[in-house]
Design a protein around this ligand. Structure first.
Ligand SMILES: [Zn+2]
Length: 292
């Protein structure tokens, strides 16, 4: 399993590779532009080439883009939809240019509207962004289970993927904090097995493309999305040993999006802790199997 973290691109795309390397990442997640402004960053072909060259020279084997939070694929306001689609399409094209594993997408907020029409709008925007880009996958992320957001369980994520056309470029990114907050048991082997079974039935394990590995400040089923540092929240070290060692998750890259020791994001020690918990989980499963 490739393990890494979300890293900043402040100062240019290339800096993300440097930061990822400093943190000991094998996978990184980036924003393709400032997450608080609509204005897209105008990267050049040289920027993309330099990024890919630096990636090839580093230990980082996978990069995924996270969409900016201003985008609401489910929204009904025309102006906001136009801006959202332009921004999402831009993210997908940057993904094409840097060979990203995908763009992680939040399916969207209802903003007081009805669920079914919102699902159709969200799926339509994702389908439009796919058709205006070449190759980069669209990875739908599960939420913490809040009723006002789309993507609260695997059944709904499966519906959204079907509504968006069900093509091969549609995938899934699952977040441990969000799973825990929405009521899934990510802390025991049996719980993780059950949730992966549900994912297999509703979406298909083959669509799983990325993992967000975050501890949760709140209790299981709280529907609150507050990330905690690995091992310092409700999921805990034992929970990550169980989750990260689940056999059907082994080919999937994982990135941390935690506050980090000083609120500046996950650091090298935390990335290495996640990797250690993954290895310990694998070892304990092997020992369990050999005792049978
Ligand atoms: Zn996200």
């Amino acid at each position: 399993m490739l393990i890494g973290a979300h890293v900043s691109t402040a100062g240019g795309l290339l800096n993300a590779v440097q930061r990822g390397t400093e943190k000991g990442c094998e996978a990184i997640q980036i924003f393709n532009q400032s997450p608080r402004a609509w204005k897209p960053t105008a990267y050049t072909e040289e920027d993309f080439a330099a990024f890919k060259e630096a990636m090839a020279d580093s230990k980082i084997q996978s990069v995924v883009i996270h969409m900016i939070y201003l985008i609401n694929p489910a929204g009904s306001d025309r102006t906001l939809r136009r801006k959202s689609l332009a921004s999402l399409t831009h993210a997908m094209r940057v993904g094409d240019a840097i060979d990203a594993a995908g763009v992680v997408i939040h399916p969207g907020a209802l903003k007081g509207g009805e669920r079914e029409p919102a699902k159709k709008r969200s799926a339509q925007m994702i389908a439009d962004a796919l058709s205006d880009s070449e190759r980069c996958p669209a990875l739908l992320e599960n939420t913490a289970g809040n009723e006002a957001l789309l993507g609260r369980d695997f059944a709904e994520l499966g519906d959204l993927i079907d509504l968006a056309g069900g093509g091969a470029r549609l995938g899934l990114c699952i977040d441990t904090c969000h799973l825990h907050a929405s009521g899934y048991d990510v802390r025991s082997k049996a719980g993780v097995e059950a949730l992966v079974d549900e994912m297999a039935a509703d979406v298909g394990v083959n669509r799983l493309s990325y993992l967000h590995v975050n501890d949760s400040r709140d209790a299981c089923g709280s529907n609150r999305d507050r990330h905690a540092n690995i091992g310092e929240g409700e999921i805990g070290k034992g929970g990550f040993r169980a989750f990260l060692s689940e056999p059907r998750l082994q080919g999937t890259p994982a990135v941390l999006e935690t506050p980090g020791p000083d609120g500046q994001g996950s650091d090298r020690a935390e990335v290495s802790l996640a990797r250690r918990l993954w290895r310990e989980g694998l070892r304990s499963r092997k020992q369990g199997a050999s005792r049978k």
